[in-house]
Ligand binder design. Structure first.
Ligand code: FES
Ligand SMILES: [Fe+2]
Length: 461
């Protein structure tokens, strides 16, 4: 029977020019994990999206009232709250939550407001053994219990036992701390669906932050989000990476309401190009990634594919770095492909054994036409070794380029800057779209459609 939620045979066969990602997996020489073998072939209809969701203050308000306070949101790494008393303030839309590690070693999250006259209790991050409001000095323990105030005789009406800091739900996955302001919300485990099972092999909990950049962008947070969950724009926006990116060979999957994925094979030539030799694929990649700084060129041996050459190169490099034999269990796909998952609404972790990029978008203040995007890189370290310290956050203003950030000077920064050059122009263009609607591809933009369908469920609830 024809399931309306999957693509038809005709749609499937028209879809892939050249080799599909699944056919590339057939060439792997070690067992391929089941998660990569999954292919959902989702079809969610072809309806257009109304543009007001990208700039109307009413829509932004609806998100504030029904989205950010009801979903599981990623805040910081567990390693950033390692010590008792360490705290981290997580702000999103109008909400501010302070997370802390209690005396018992638990992580708790409280609304960041003093119960006296409302002053925010904390800012940024740091360490302290109690919550003491800087205004009049009301105090709470790390467990959120009221400890006292100066001149307590003046507050006979405060019931100490119930004057505790209101909490949010807190849970962890993959070394990340999540919160949910809705105390009735489903558990994080159930919200994450297939994600924990898929990532079991990649162990994101055993990584540390080597790069964290946060940039202000002049577009709605969803415009930025959408630009990073499809590879369809590569042919026009990033032509320099086509010799080594199978953009239109990408596979797109959706699971339940909250999880989706794009896998874009790397080290293969885009189906949009012809007559590209393996030498060019390898040398362009190495040059853009600044892996070879002395300018020397590689010659790929006769009969060897660029993908195989690059995989072996990376197996060697990362096996030394992680002190493990990657070639014995890691697929070529997991050492080089772009395997990008997303968790509704705004958290997108890469998978695989290379350094893992992670994206997060947030609204900026209450302006629906501004947002911040964060790019985080997580790196593995040798098993049993002490976890290296996480790096600090670099903050970039709206007029700064990503390639100005430390660690993004090379080809990667250029790719991101190409993306950002579109975003501001999309935001402006949306106001002049006479149809009032954006049009989406059925397959390559399925994750955008999937995202909006889930968003609509929250906003109409
Ligand atoms: S507002 Fe916090 S002690 Fe007064
Ligand atoms: Fe891009």
């Amino acid at each position: 029977m024809n399931n309306p939620k999957t693509l038809t045979k005709e749609q499937l066969s028209a879809r892939s020019a050249g080799e599909s990602y699944q056919q590339m997996l057939d060439k792997e020489t070690v067992p391929v994990p089941d998660s990569l073998r999954e292919s959902t072939d989702t079809y969610l209809g072809s309806k257009n999206l109304s543009v007001d969701r990208y700039f109307s203050p009413e829509f932004q308000k609806l998100e504030e009232d029904k989205l950010w306070n009801r979903t599981w949101l990623v805040t910081c790494r567990e390693s950033e709250l390692a010590e008792i008393g360490s705290y981290f303030v997580y702000d999103i839309a109008k909400y501010s939550i302070v997370l802390t590690r209690t005396e018992a070693g638990e992580i708790k999250g409280y609304y960041n407001a003093c119960l006296h006259r409302g002053r925010q209790l904390r800012k940024d991050c740091g360490t302290a053994r109690e919550f003491k409001c800087p205004f009049h000095g009301f105090r709470w323990s790390l467990d959120g219990e009221f400890q006292g105030a100066p001149c307590e005789w003046d507050f006979p009406h405060i019931e100490k036992e119930t004057f505790s800091l209101p909490q949010v739900q807190v849970d962890t996955w993959g070394g990340w701390i999540f919160i949910n302001m809705d105390m009735q919300a489903e558990s994080l485990q159930s919200y994450l669906g297939v994600l924990p099972e898929h990532f079991e092999r990649w162990k994101p909990e055993n990584t540390f932050k080597v790069m964290h950049v946060e940039k202000v962008i002049e577009c709605n947070w969803k415009v930025a989000w959408e630009a990073f969950i499809e590879s369809y724009h590569t042919v026009q926006t990033h032509p320099q990476i086509l010799p080594y990116l199978g953009d239109s060979n990408s596979q797109y999957d959706c699971w339940g309401d909250n999880i989706s994925r794009t896998i874009s094979p790397m080290g293969v030539v885009s189906p949009h190009l012809e007559n590209i030799e393996p030498d060019k694929t390898v040398n362009d990649w190495l040059e853009h990634g600044a892996w070879l700084t002395d300018g020397s060129k590689v010659a790929v041996p006769e009969g060897m594919s660029a993908r195989k050459w690059l995989a072996e190169y990376y197996f060697k490099h990362y096996s030394e770095q992680y002190q493990t034999d990657l070639g014995s269990f890691c697929t070529q796909s997991e050492i080089m492909d772009s395997i990008l998952y997303s968790v509704f609404p705004n958290f997108a972790p890469w998978a695989g054994f290379h350094p893992n990029l992670t994206y997060r978008m947030k609204p900026y203040g209450n302006d629906p036409e501004m947002c911040t995007m964060e790019i985080i890189v997580l790196m593995r370290y040798p098993e049993g070794a002490e976890r290296p310290a996480d790096c600090a956050v670099q903050k970039l203003g709206k007029d700064q380029l990503f390639s100005e950030a430390e660690g993004l000077e090379g080809g990667l920064g250029r790719v991101f800057d190409q993306d950002f050059s579109n975003l501001k122009m999309v935001q402006k263009g949306l106001h002049n779209l006479q149809s009032g609607e954006v049009v989406l591809a059925n397959y390559q933009e399925i994750r955008i459609r999937h995202f909006h369908q889930t968003l609509d469920k929250y906003l109409s609830a």
